[in-house]
Design a protein around this ligand. Structure first.
Ligand code: GLU
Length: 306
């Protein structure tokens, strides 16, 4: 296929990608042969029991109770993780379900959640300014961020990897990026990693991963880097044109971001995560969301509690 034609095709492919729900009842898991959410044999999401009479000495919780709803920050363009169907406004994915599970433990039903899309570059601001009660969106726990926000978890461990076009032959891992154009997003840890001189890559910084994927499909860049969990989602939805290459080259333990000084909420969330790993809810969520993008279940790391 000639470049111009393939660029036009790629744009359509991205539109199709971003307009497709996943992990939810209306969506398709993609073309990778994995079970589709609508299929009869597809893993089902668990039902969450909404707790009654929760009492917690947490300023965030008390304010949410008073307002009668919980404001949760999430991603909207990461299939299988944090996704918003643009036509139905339905949210789906692993992070979205973890957020709903925790909301139920706090006594809030699905309908008592107000979602706010928060991209990587503005997470710390949104959390510390109280624009969200908590944030669940492929958010790596690290010491730098801990100076600004609190983290419950980790509840999942990812690692940075590379997404390339299906016909790419020369990029096989981070050591092959010399002189290559690599896209990632502002405020993300994989961007900070790939900017290190040792890789010799030319980086493009955008606000959203879906924008990077568009740049890749239209050949403006040679690769996209971020967590393998995110990249596998894009590859699963567009396996004709995209693939993930190489081994993970960073460690990305995902945490629930919240107000730094709200230790009561952090402890509550840590206990809730432990409880749901034990009772199997966590695995059910995984199998019905992220598991559909091609990564089999691995037990999550132990929660940190600090
Ligand atoms: N987990 C990485 C981070 O927190 C990359 C994914 C993201 O940008 O959300 O920066």
């Amino acid at each position: 296929m000639k470049f111009r034609k393939s660029a036009a095709f790629a744009t359509i492919a991205v539109l199709a990608l971003t307009g497709t729900a996943c992990g939810g009842k209306s969506g398709s898991a993609g073309d990778n042969g994995a079970a589709k959410p609508g299929a009869a044999d597809a893993p089902k999401l668990p039902a969450y029991t909404v707790a009654k009479n929760v009492s917690l000495d947490s300023p965030t919780f008390k304010a949410a109770k008073k307002r009668g709803k919980l404001v949760i920050g999430a991603k909207a363009d990461q299939p299988y993780l944090g996704f918003e169907d643009q036509s139905t406004k339905e949210r789906s994915g692993f992070d979205v379900e973890v957020a709903r599970m925790l909301a139920a433990d706090l006594g809030f039903s699905k309908d008592q959640i107000e979602w706010k899309t928060v991209d990587s570059g503005i997470r710390e601001t949104a959390i510390s300014k109280g624009q969200v009660d908590y944030f669940v969106g492929t958010y790596s726990i690290n010491d730098e961020r801990k100076k600004l926000v609190g983290f419950a978890g980790p509840y999942y461990k990812a690692g940075a990897s590379l997404l390339v076009r299906k016909d790419e032959k020369t990029i096989t891992g981070p050591e092959t990026l010399k002189g290559k154009k690599v896209c990632s997003i502002k405020g993300s840890t994989p961007l900070a990693e790939i900017e290190k001189p040792k890789y010799g890559a030319k980086t493009t910084e955008l606000a959203k991963y879906s924008d990077c994927v568009q740049e890749l499909l239209t050949k403006q860049v040679d690769a996209v880097t971020t967590d393998d969990a995110i990249l596998k989602g894009y590859a699963a939805q567009n396996s004709k044109n995209l693939k993930v290459v190489g081994k993970p080259f960073t460690e990305e333990p995902y945490g629930i971001g919240m107000n730094k000084s709200d230790k009561a909420l952090r402890d509550f969330m840590d206990s809730a995560l432990e409880k749901h790993v034990k009772d199997g809810t966590y695995k059910k969520i995984y199998d019905a969301t992220l598991g559909l993008s091609g990564s089999s279940y691995v037990a999550p790391p132990a929660v940190e509690r600090y």
